[in-house]
Design a protein around this ligand. Structure first.
Ligand code: ZN
Length: 388
């Protein structure tokens, strides 16, 4: 039994007594007292309410102290960067944002992030020593074990760049990196679907990808590329070239640039995914039909995914989800026809509620999860013990 076993119970945020902790862990009360003392010295646990701390007796109720430390969550998009400060319960304490294209390269983008962390700490009146971790989402494939982007298509200059190393030269804290879709799935779940253990978030924007949460855990796969749906072959894309070098990919017919091209081919001027969304909102009949068809194409792949991983919720996010019901209708049409009846019996296909906040919320969730993990708690306790 370790300090983290006691902490694992306290993480629920509810108050516990030493006796309850002893009963739940099977530890002697004297051992629990030592563990709780360590956690209080780390600042992670604090007396709860006024308890019965009269007469010099130690307080009897304890709970997680979310204000003890802070984390920074960063969402690097194709053309913007957003960073937030949050406490250990995930409550946001500050936010900064900038229009900055990711193709400016890691020095410029991460330079902004380094300054943003300093700004957020200062405006939140927090010391650098209170910072526990930084979570970052990047718009491309990330090797999870190293935090390095691997051949990211829209990020020239970033291939295998040591992103954690860069930030750790300025802040000596753990830095967690993941791709944007994975952190969106974490953010959506934390903010709006905490009770859902099996969900898939599909991002439909300039690219198409999925973040998969199964059994309550984000599934990254062996290298971190699980859920890379954009380059799965779909029938309607046969013979259509994709930016990845293959042809027949989902992205080649259903991502933002493909939809804008489809509109231009029918005489409707459109350059970007945002143009497509604007046209849908204006009720342009060609745009409605193009987006509905994109929904069916995405639905082809999602139907397969539903059969493979059996989620209870599929969340549709990303820029094209802002086109509203038309994309969802196309996806639902195919998924409910093509997936197994048992898999779709209780399946909900819903739009993202976190929207543009999903990324930073997920980056915060990733940083908090790491900070409160058993390994981190053990390491902190050992450092505390070594320092006397
Ligand atoms: Zn492709």
């Amino acid at each position: 039994m370790r300090t983290s076993d006691v902490f694992d119970l306290l993480r629920d945020g509810k108050p516990w007594t030493r006796a309850q902790l002893a009963q739940a862990t099977g530890l002697a009360r004297s051992t629990v007292a030592v563990r709780v003392d360590t956690l209080m010295r780390l600042g992670l646990v604090a007396p709860y309410g006024d308890g019965t701390s009269t007469g010099g007796r130690p307080p009897s109720l304890f709970a997680l102290n979310p204000a003890a430390r802070v984390v920074v969550g960063v969402d690097v998009g194709a053309s913007h960067v957003r960073a937030v400060l949050a406490d250990l319960s995930g409550d946001l304490l500050g936010e900064v944002e900038v229009r900055l294209s990711v193709d400016k390269g890691p020095d410029e983008v991460l330079g902004w992030v380094v300054d943003a962390v300093r700004t957020l700490l200062r405006s939140g009146r927090r010391k650098a020593g209170e910072l526990a971790a930084i979570g970052v989402g990047l718009p491309g494939p990330v090797e999870h074990s190293t935090g390095r982007p691997i051949s990211p298509p829209i990020m020239p200059g970033w291939d295998r760049y040591d992103v954690p190393g860069h930030l750790q030269r300025h802040y000596a804290v753990p830095v967690l990196i993941d791709n944007d879709v994975n952190i969106m799935a974490l953010g959506e779940r934390r903010a709006h679907l905490p009770e859902v253990d099996d969900l898939v978030l599909i991002k439909v924007a300039t690219g198409i990808g999925a973040g998969i949460v199964s059994g309550g855990r984000l599934q990254r796969g062996a290298q971190g590329t699980a859920g890379d749906l954009g380059h799965i072959r779909v029938p309607r894309a046969d013979g259509i070239a994709c930016r990845c070098g293959n042809d027949g990919c989902l992205e080649a017919v259903a991502a933002g640039p493909a939809l804008a091209a489809a509109l231009r081919a029918q005489g409707v001027p459109a350059e970007t995914g945002q143009d497509v969304v604007d046209l849908v909102r204006q009720g342009d009949p060609v745009a409605l039909q193009v987006v509905r068809q994109a929904g069916r194409d995405v639905g082809d792949v999602v139907a397969t995914m539903v059969n493979l991983v059996n989620p209870s919720v599929v969340v549709i996010g990303g820029q094209l989800a802002l086109a509203g019901e038309h994309l969802l209708a196309g996806i639902r049409e195919v998924v409910y026809t093509r997936s197994l009846p048992l898999a779709t019996e209780h399946l909900r296909i819903i739009p993202s509620r976190a929207g543009t906040e999903a990324g930073v919320l997920g980056a915060v969730a990733m940083a908090v999860e790491h900070t409160l993990s058993p390994a981190s708690i053990e390491a902190a306790s050992e450092t505390l013990a070594a320092s006397g």
